[in-house]
Design a protein around this ligand. Structure first.
Ligand code: TXA
Ligand code: MG
Length: 327
């Protein structure tokens, strides 16, 4: 069985030593749990890909104890990147920057760029600081889930996916955002948002003096940008609020489970009905736990009430589109 431990000094020291020795350690961040390895140790980084069953050309994010490490990892740091880092780090922002000499292809998936972020979760910070104290320089960590599957927002989710393939899982409780970092590429003249996430894109405009572009054909590889990703095993589909109630009433006995947020469960419906929070941040925080719990019921389908249209729901809409994509 994997070892789930509390984030006390003794366990954090042990986790830092395991990372130094090339082992995998899972740790909480403010977004989702990460599956970490020493970013300067190619063999350790390769173990992440093996454990996740992730294709090797998909780059990882390097987690740094503080922004002063930026120049060791990036060969060019545009002013706009420093502005965003200063304003939003520590926090759920990932910057894609031209990689510095010596940053391995194992981390970057062969890209000439590298993803960097300074997380704000106190447990992640304490672990990164201890790792740095042992001479470590950055922890490469994707989300701690099997490739293409729903991200992990509790220590138990990580244990469910990886069993004893990870040396240690540090339990920091449920992740406060529950949805991944916002990724901004700073490799061209203009910043491009590659993945919507925990920081609303609107917040960049104030700092950059303009709204950054979203997506774009020239965006480098990002596995989170695949049409089908973050997906439960059970087929899942989105239904507009107005249709959900009718669809359920037409199908009261089918083995359907429902994730609603504003529609009330019709009394005649006999299946499992989750009432998710109606507020965007609370909904996002519980989203992956809800999808995992509904998936575990092995229903024929998961029906998800489509979230509202507002900009504050855009990252949730993005994840649900991918979770419900077929094909
Ligand atoms: O919130 C998060 O970002 C979490 C926590 C653990 O920090 N991490 C996370 O990692 O979501 P992952 O590997 O599941 O997703 C990172 C995304 C991937 O889609 C990857 O392709 C993209 O970042 N990425 C990383 N480096 C990149 C690069 N150099 N160019 C383009 N995309 C990159
Ligand atoms: Mg992921």
């Amino acid at each position: 069985m994997p070892l789930i431990v509390l984030p006390d000094d003794e366990h954090l020291d042990r986790a830092a030593r395991l990372l130094r020795d090339g082992e995998l350690v899972s740790f909480p961040t403010e977004t989702v749990y990460g599956l970490g390895a020493d970013a300067r140790n190619v063999a350790a980084v390769r173990r992440i890909f093996a454990a996740k069953h992730r294709p090797v050309e998909h780059p990882l994010i390097v987690h740094l104890a503080d922004a002063s490490a930026l120049d060791r990892w990036a060969r060019v740091v545009p002013d706009a990147a420093r502005v965003l880092g200063q304003a939003l780090w520590p926090g759920p922002l990932t910057l894609i920057l031209p990689r510095a000499a010596g940053v391995s292809d194992a981390v970057t998936g062969g890209e000439d760029s590298v993803g960097l972020r300074v997380p704000s979760h106190p447990v992640a910070r304490r672990l990164l600081e201890r790792f740095a104290a042992l001479g470590g320089d950055g922890v490469a960590a994707p989300s701690a889930n099997r490739f293409g599957r729903v991200s992990a927002t509790t220590a138990q989710h990580v244990a469910d996916d990886f069993g004893d393939e990870v040396a240690l899982i540090i339990d920091g409780g449920p992740c406060p955002h529950g949805i991944e970092s916002t990724i901004v590429a700073m490799t061209e003249d203009e910043p491009v948002v590659l993945r919507l996430g925990a920081i609303a894109v609107e917040r960049f405009a104030a700092r950059l003096g303009r709204q950054p572009a979203i997506g774009g054909a020239r965006a480098p590889r990002a596995s989170g940008s695949f049409a089908s990703h973050y997906a439960p095993r059970t087929p899942a589909r989105l239904l507009p609020s107005a249709e959900l109630r009718q669809a359920v009433l037409r199908n009261p006995h089918g083995h359907i489970v429902v994730l609603a947020h504003s529609t009330a469960q019709p009394p005649s419906f006999e299946g499992v009905w989750f009432d998710a929070p109606a507020h965007d941040a609370a909904y996002a925080q519980e989203l992956y736990a809800n999808l995992r719990a509904l998936d575990a019921l092995a229903a024929d389908e998961i029906w998800i009430e489509a979230p509202p249209d507002g900009p504050e729901w855009s990252a949730v809409r993005d994840r649900l589109r991918r979770a419900t994509h077929r094909g």
